[in-house]
Design a protein around this ligand. Structure first.
Ligand SMILES: CC(C)(COP(=O)(O)OP(=O)(O)OC[C@H]1O[C@@H](n2cnc3c(N)ncnc32)[C@H](O)[C@@H]1OP(=O)(O)O)[C@@H](O)C(=O)NCCC(=O)NCCS
Length: 171
């Protein structure tokens, strides 16, 4: 299976925030945003593995700035690392007031997807080959983030978490 570059998995998605997307304060609802984030990230993962994927986990999401009614939402998604059957995707979310020409970061997040074979079982994915310094940094960090989410998801024993073990286990 031939390796791929993070740039091959790049996906950008935009939505205009309409009244039906907002709460009573005129801000984009968090649940609607997460729906779009899930889709943007899934497309990035599918560009990498060229098969169906499921969302395995969503890491912490902090909504730092509300996105206002009438503003433009932009989500950028790119793979940071692939493992055996799973892939970590990094998302950056912006709001933009096109009239005032003002753009602001709303939030960032990591989502993990698992590739599935025709029987719905996890299947192996291609290796991701980081190219730039930023991509290499994200790639290195992905291993530690994976350990944290697998421990929190009950899929890994803290004792097996290598350098992160000290965060969870008191000797
Ligand atoms: C995600 C899922 C496919 C994992 O299946 P599984 O039988 O636990 O398979 P495995 O234990 O072999 O794990 C497969 C991969 O999933 C990863 N994984 C499992 N749970 C995970 C979690 N909570 N967070 C991140 N990755 C996870 C494993 O690390 C493994 O990755 P790797 O092969 O790269 O090491 C399965 O739990 C599932 O289908 N969940 C529901 C997905 C879904 O419906 N999502 C939409 C929201 S409802």
């Amino acid at each position: 299976m031939q390796g791929k570059h993070p740039q091959d998995t790049y996906n950008i998605m935009s939505e205009l925030i309409l009244p039906n997307d907002t709460n009573t304060l005129g801000n984009l609802m968090g649940g609607r945003l997460m729906h779009w984030m899930d889709i943007a990230a899934a497309i990035s993962a599918m560009k990498h593995c060229n098969c169906p994927v499921v969302t395995a986990s969503v890491d912490n999401v902090s909504f730092n700035n509300p996105i206002k009614l009438g503003n433009l939402l932009t989500i950028e998604a790119k793979l940071t690392r692939s493992f055996n059957t799973s892939m970590e995707v990094y998302l950056k979310v912006w709001g933009e007031d096109l009239s005032a020409q003002y753009k602001y970061v709303s939030n960032e997040a990591y989502l993990t997807f698992v590739a599935l074979d025709p029987n719905g079982r996890p299947r192996k994915v291609p290796e991701l080959l980081p190219q730039t310094d930023d991509e290499k940094k994200m790639y290195d960090g992905a291993l530690r983030r994976r350990q944290v989410r697998l421990i929190l998801g009950g899929k890994m024993k803290p004792e097996d978490a290598g350098e992160l073990r000290a965060l969870f286990v008191k000797d």
